[in-house]
Design a binder for this molecule. Structure first.
Ligand code: DON
Length: 572
């Protein structure tokens, strides 16, 4: 009996010790001391980590990782798309790089509409008109010019090797190849079949070596000439050739005029932590900060993680944040009056909080934004989180929009083009409960950037990065990042558990909340629905990639979402 008692006392002691290191108890995150890279493909994470080991900084590692992902994760990694980098140095320096795609010069407000005023043949998402002027290479080049340490050539080299020598094809890639096989005889997709099918005909078996010789040549031009290797010369000519052949709009002039820009991050605070995120043309940072500000006035820890009461408050914050997103946000170069300061202020959040009934759902109304669904999107974008030896952090998300973008490959250049034009509001003035938004700030115009939901974010404490986080998932991205952040800061979960925890999504319209299936108890669902919410189940929401920095212990904890097939946290 005595022995039994001391056994239980020991057990209690072990449990409480585990509790005191709450930040890292629970699921297992990868540990490293000198550097960490987390991405959706293990080979790209390894490339980034090698660059860190060669003495590269977080920007160098992100650039090399992004080029490697353009080879190993063709569904989302890219040179034919666009994205954002958020940087937070260990010395407090903060900046962002905006390399979102642009509408071509010949684009018009109504370019996707038929005579009946409806979208013609899904043309904003499918086919040659859906392609925006790519930004990725310009963005990576600009970030490297400003902050890189290692030579540019060395950062493109690992991707060239992967494209030339090949790498083992994975199940995830193969699932896309079925689509290509079905479309291999269509003129528009012939180059895609050539680039991604074995002998242009057959699906690679899992584990078979997949090589991309044309892509390797394009990457060599980029290696040699920097951004000009993409926006000028042979690559530009090859892009224009595809456009001319299929009736697209992008010209060599569009490519030559494309520039990435450095922007000040959008910032806020949450319970004493600093939130540093991407400003417009991303809607991510503004919406995230607005929702965190609303939440700050609730004791959500006390409510308990994913209780009905908690999910209700989260939903109401999401509804308000996403309504403002739809009403106000777009490319700042075309919308100089966007009320970013107001939307991210504590005062505004306090007013919104007053409109939340703790027991009853509000109604989203497309005629009335402030209490006012947007279409659901697949998780095909990809996020890179990096921390280097000095503790400098990069949070980068980039995308082709849909899985494999427009599915159009540039003949002779071996890379896929985005279908990002689908992120503009396609039908002017038409906002409805099915999820169309037709507000002015995000209508198509020449050289305008389409609004994004990508939310690369860094949470800092006392001027130093603490948490690096981001995810794919279209409009769900903002809510994924939102929930991972509160899982760490409020619910004291370690980074791996915070990323694994079941998520929900509400985006104002349609007025429906999605729950990850099996994640939330049916009892909770009943209580939540009784407040007036409608629920639908989805399989997975996002693929978050995160790093938590324990500065006191000098340890980086990295976690790749198990919702991603080939993701990995690799550190040294
Ligand atoms: O920029 C955006 O918000 C979207 N184009 C991201 C796309 C994405 O995550 C995959 N889903 N459609």
């Amino acid at each position: 009996m005595k022995n039994k008692n001391s056994f239980f006392i020991c057990l209690l002691l072990i449990c409480s010790l585990a509790q005191s290191t709450f930040a890292q108890s629970g699921r297992i995150a990868s540990r490293a001391e000198k550097g960490m890279v987390v991405t959706s493909h293990y080979l790209a994470s390894e490339v980034g980590n090698e660059i860190l080991q060669q003495g590269g900084n977080a920007i160098d590692a992100s650039v090399a990782t992004a080029f490697a992902l353009a080879v190993t994760l063709p569904s989302a990694g890219n040179i034919g798309g666009g994205g954002f980098i958020v940087y937070h140095g260990n010395d407090g320096e903060q900046t962002t790089f905006n390399f979102r795609e642009k509408a071509p010069l010949a684009a018009t407000r109504d370019m996707f509409l038929g005579e009946d005023g409806k979208i013609k043949a899904n043309s904003n998402h499918e086919g040659i008109l859906s392609v925006g002027v790519p930004g990725t290479v310009a963005g990576l080049y600009k970030a490297h010019q400003k902050m890189g340490k290692l030579p540019w050539e060395d950062l493109v080299a690992p991707a060239i090797k992967l494209a030339e020598n090949g790498f083992p094809s994975t199940h995830y890639m193969n699932s896309f190849l079925e689509w290509v096989k079905d479309h291999k005889d269509e003129e528009l997709y012939k180059a895609t079949a050539e680039a991604f099918l074995k002998d242009g005909q057959k699906i690679y078996k899992q584990g078979e070596l997949f090589k991309q010789p044309d892509l390797a040549k394009t990457l060599k031009r980029i290696q040699q000439h920097g951004a000009d290797g993409f926006y000028k010369g042979e690559t530009a000519q090859l892009i224009e050739n595809v456009m001319k052949k299929h009736g697209g709009l992008i010209t060599k002039e569009d490519l030559a005029r494309y520039e990435a820009e450095e922007l000040k991050p959008v910032t806020g605070t949450y319970r004493g932590y600093n939130i540093v995120s991407m400003p417009p043309p991303s809607s991510g940072g503004v919406t995230l900060i607005e929702m965190l500000n609303i939440l700050e006035g609730f004791d959500i820890k006390e409510m308990g993680h994913n209780s009905a009461e908690y999910l209700h408050v989260l939903t109401e914050a999401m509804r308000r944040g996403y309504a403002d997103r739809a009403q106000h946000l777009g490319d700042p170069n075309f919308n100089p009056q966007m009320p970013v300061e107001k939307l991210t202020s504590k005062e505004y959040a306090a007013k919104l909080r007053e409109t939340i009934n703790p027991e009853k759902a509000s109604v989203s109304d497309s005629a009335n934004f402030s209490t006012a669904h947007l279409r659901y999107e697949s998780p095909q974008t990809t996020h890179i989180s990096v921390v280097d030896q000095e503790g400098n952090a990069v949070s980068m998300t980039y995308t082709l929009e849909h899985s494999y973008g427009s599915k159009i490959t540039v003949d002779g250049a071996g890379f896929l083009l985005n279908n990002e034009m689908g992120d503009f509001n396609p039908i002017p003035e038409h906002t409805d409960t099915k999820g169309f938004v037709g507000t002015d700030p995000n209508l198509v115009a020449p050289e305008k950037r389409m609004l994004s939901s990508m939310t690369p974010t860094i949470v800092a404490k006392d001027g130093k990065p603490l948490l690096v986080i981001g995810s794919p998932g279209g409009r769900t991205i903002i809510n994924t990042v939102f929930q991972v952040i509160i899982n760490v800061l409020d619910h004291e979960m370690n980074i791996a558990r915070a990323i694994e925890a079941p998520r929900i999504h509400h985006q104002w319209l349609p007025d429906i909340t999605s729950f990850e299936r099996y994640g939330i108890s049916p009892d909770t669902k009943v209580l939540y629905e009784a407040m007036g919410h409608e629920v639908k189940y989805i399989t997975n929401q996002g693929q978050a990639m995160g790093i938590f920095i324990d500065a006191e212990e000098g340890i980086y904890y990295g976690a790749a979402d198990s919702r991603s097939y080939d993701g990995r946290a690799v550190g040294n």
